[in-house]
Design a protein around this ligand. Structure first.
Ligand code: ATP
Ligand code: MG
Length: 770
């Protein structure tokens, strides 16, 4: 045990060895919160205070859960396989699988990812003749998820406005449709689990007795429903509840837009009468200049709980700041710096490139690809979301649950088998009329449609029969062949990559059955009951038929069902490229909790980071600042920041001002790599004769396209030019991003940074050149 605890500082040690009461560890980035949480689990088990089955630990990503399990097995000689360590979604999935009957779900219920959810909502709107201009599918989806995150069913939502009333009505229909198809969306996983436990007292008490210790990482980002679920599990107000050990950092709360409520930390202190509030102030991750930057920046936020961070690691290197003329140049600079880092011995996988918005990755990826630099996009277009993979998954879903209409529609005519839109419409009408799934409605179809749809059903049934005795990887192979997906992509010109991705699925299945502890040859279709007869233990507790969940998913799901759940839930994590020596690309949001030797924070431009959407919300910029704080604190030894004067985003060229965050960093911690040109001035300051020369000067003459665009868009004789820096009495400094109309009637769109984007009449507005 000594060695478990010996590498902890006194505050960490105190936290790890707290008595079994609820506790809150409030501490800044890199202070060892996650390490403390993991060590506490090991300590509790090793000192015999709890068995591995008595622990529940909630992490923010699947990757974090895996890491925690790996660390635990290194610390302790225990089998971690059945331990309840995972994300809220993963754990609720397991709970619902185990108690599917009590939760009123079919055993083979399937999980809708957000893509499927949206397409289902679109279908719903269409089926009910709802005008999607007036009630956009995306808004409805947001409405539903938001209500669920707050724990509200349709009838519980207060609706005064007609539009809200309509949404409530559609929410109700949506839930009915999900139930009919046997599918649940992400938010539903949590709400169902919550409802199950609140309704079913014996079940609740069973889990309250069981989980003596509930540990939650990244507590600041829990939403209300998650908080209430924890409260139920910890048995507040009931006998026998366990203790919650929560670790978090209010400065890293970055999911308010998804309903996370940082106020839960204060609420937790009160609700659980927390006696033990521990602060950790020593940072073990980053060098001084990096930490100073983080501390300075976050000091600009109000409403903080207040804590400091210090390091013994020394000041280290300054933060390197680079101003590029455009995004491609920024990407090229990243490549050059990465090469030199690698020459200094930094492994490529220890270098991360962070961006605020997913759309930024395209240019970077393009440059990396051209330079032959291996990279991984963490949380980008994930493996399980690629079209060809989703098609294959849909076939698998139909074999497991043919009533999943989304899966049905995805592949009923893919690869094409002569089933037209008209036939599908008829089928949909029949399904609606009888209140059944599309699959179940097929026998009601006659004529040509009946024949072709019938053939599709036969195909699915045939595949199911054929694969009865097969293990999961073989089943996947059969489905790829029999569905003719492989053959289809073989005829496609650009099909090679897709075929590779499809074949990759056989490997993914092999790896999955191994990792999850299914027998290597366990038939993929065989459900838990059958497996129990085959010798798996089924234990009842408290007079309830409670399946022992210690033996993990293998006892509650068939390999096929488990694999499908995995495909939906793990879609949020990186592709299986662990161990590969690749540069790590990701959004700042998905970098939470991670650390790297070197980090690039790119696109530090007003409107991008802080993001323009933030100015629309109260305290929006505060949330962006927390996001920036997360980004900075990912770096151990070297930190880079960059911004560009021009960027192509969503098909438009944007002219940028550098992010206000630069003004909030300590000057002495920054090292400017590019000459400090005044913002946006290079257009007007250079003595170049044409804009063309100007752009060439900055870009090394490689790309004249933008320069041409600039020459054309010279402001229509208004005397002003796009890209020019201006000052306005009220709005301050800005950059002209567009000019419309000719001389005399010209209007300019100007990015005033902090004051936002304005459109001003050039003959009226008193602008000055800067
Ligand atoms: P974040 O807020 O970013 O999630 P955190 O508070 O969870 O950070 P950890 O990831 O647990 O911090 O720890 C940061 C780094 O410091 C890790 O590499 C960890 O191994 C190391 N570390 C933590 N405590 C100590 C210690 N007492 N001695 C040496 N290294 C430590
Ligand atoms: Mg952490």
């Amino acid at each position: 045990m000594q060695n478990l605890l010996q590498n902890l500082n006194p505050e960490q040690l105190a936290a790890v060895t707290l008595p079994p009461q609820s506790a809150l560890i409030l501490a800044g980035a890199g202070s060892g919160k996650t390490r403390v949480l993991t060590t506490r689990i090991a300590w509790l088990i090793q000192t015999g205070q709890v068995s591995p089955a008595g622990i529940m630990a909630v992490t923010f990503t699947n990757k974090a859960a895996k890491e925690m399990l790996t660390r635990l097995s290194a610390m302790l000689p225990v089998n971690t396989r059945g331990m309840w360590i995972g994300t809220f979604h993963g754990l609720c999935n397991r709970l619902l699988r185990t108690h599917y009957k009590d939760a009123a779900l079919p055993q083979a219920f399937q999980i809708l990812d957000s893509q499927d959810q949206l397409s289902m909502i679109k279908r719903l709107l269409k089926a009910n003749n709802v005008d999607d201009e007036k009630y956009p599918a995306k808004d409805l989806m947001y409405f539903i998820n938001n209500a669920k995150d707050q724990g509200l069913r349709a009838h519980q939502v207060e609706a005064y406005e007609p539009i809200t009333r309509k949404f409530v009505e559609l929410y109700e229909l949506y839930d009915q449709q999900c139930q009919k198809e046997g599918v649940v969306d992400f938010a539903e996983l949590l709400l169902r689990a919550y409802e199950l436990l609140s309704r079913n007292a014996p079940l609740r008490q069973h889990y309250q007795m069981r989980f003596r210790h509930i540990l939650v990482d990244e507590f600041q980002d829990t939403n209300d429903l998650q908080y209430n679920l924890l409260k139920l599990l910890a048995g507040q107000g009931e006998q026998g509840g366990g203790a919650i050990f929560a670790v978090g950092d209010d400065d890293q709360s970055i999911y308010a837009f998804r309903g996370a409520n940082v106020g839960n930390m204060m609420k937790f202190e009160q609700d659980f009468r927390v006696q033990n509030l521990i602060k950790l102030e020593q940072n073990y991750r980053s060098h001084g200049h990096i930490l100073d930057s983080a501390n300075y920046l976050i000091a600009n936020n109000s409403q903080r709980l207040g804590k400091n961070l210090r390091t013994d690691a020394g000041q280290g290197e300054q933060v390197r700041v680079y101003e590029a003329s455009k995004d491609l140049e920024e990407a090229q600079w990243i490549i050059e710096e990465t090469k030199s880092l690698m020459a200094d011995g930094v492994p490529r996988s220890e270098i991360a490139v962070l961006y605020r918005s997913n759309a930024q990755s395209r240019v970077i990826e393009h440059a990396l690809f051209a330079a032959g630099m291996p990279y991984t996009v963490y949380g980008g277009l994930r493996y399980f979301q690629r079209a060809e993979v989703k098609h294959a998954i849909a076939y698998l879903q139909l074999m497991d649950n043919p009533h999943n209409d989304s899966a049905f529609l995805r592949v009923v005519n893919f690869p094409t088998r002569g089933i037209g839109v008209r036939s599908i419409e008829q089928l949909q009408m029949a399904a609606d009329a009888y209140g059944i799934s599309l699959y179940a409605a097929v026998p009601y179809m006659t004529g040509k449609a009946g024949t072709s749809l019938g053939a599709f059903v036969k195909l699915i049934e045939g595949m199911r029969m054929e694969t009865q005795q097969l293990a999961l990887p073989e089943l996947v192979r059969v489905v790829l062949e029999r569905s003719t997906l492989l053959a289809h992509y073989q005829t496609e010109k650009e099909g090679a990559d897709r075929i590779e991705n499809l074949e990759q699925m056989v490997n993914a299945a092999t790896q999955f059955v191994q990792e999850e502890g299914f027998g290597q040859n366990a038939p993929a279709h065989l459900g838990p009951q059958a497996q129990a007869q085959a010798g798996q233990p089924v234990v009842s507790g408290d007079g309830l038929e409670i399946i022992d969940a210690d033996a993990a998913l293998a006892t509650v799901m068939s390999p096929l069902a488990a694999f499908l759940a995995h495909a939906s839930l793990e879609a949020g994590d990186a592709q299986a490229q662990a161990g590969q020596d690749a540069l790590q690309l990701m959004t700042v949001h998905s970098a939470k909790g991670l650390e790297f030797d070197a980090v690039f924070i790119t696109g530090l431009e007003e409107g991008l980071f802080p993001h323009e959407s933030s100015s629309r919300e109260d305290n929006g910029v505060d949330e962006e600042r927390r996001l920036m704080y997360v980004a900075i604190t990912r770096a151990r030894r070297r930190l880079y920041m960059s911004f560009t004067q021009q960027r192509m985003l969503h098909g438009q060229t944007r002219f940028n001002m550098k992010s206000r965050f630069f003004n909030e960093l300590p000057e002495e911690s920054l090292k400017w790599l590019s000459p400090r040109v005044q913002q946006g001035n290079w257009f007007s300051n250079r003595k170049a004769t044409t804009a063309w020369d100007d752009a060439d000067f900055r870009s090394g003459g490689t790309d004249n396209q933008i320069a041409r665009q600039i020459t054309q868009k010279s402001g229509g004789g208004s005397g002003w030019r796009i890209g020019e820096s201006v000052a306005h009495a009220k709005f301050g400094e800005g950059v002209i991003v567009n000019i419309e109309g000719g001389a005399g009637a010209a209007r300019a769109q100007i990015n005033f940074g902090a004051a936002g984007m304005k459109v001003l009449d050039l003959s009226v507005a008193k602008l000055e050149r800067v």
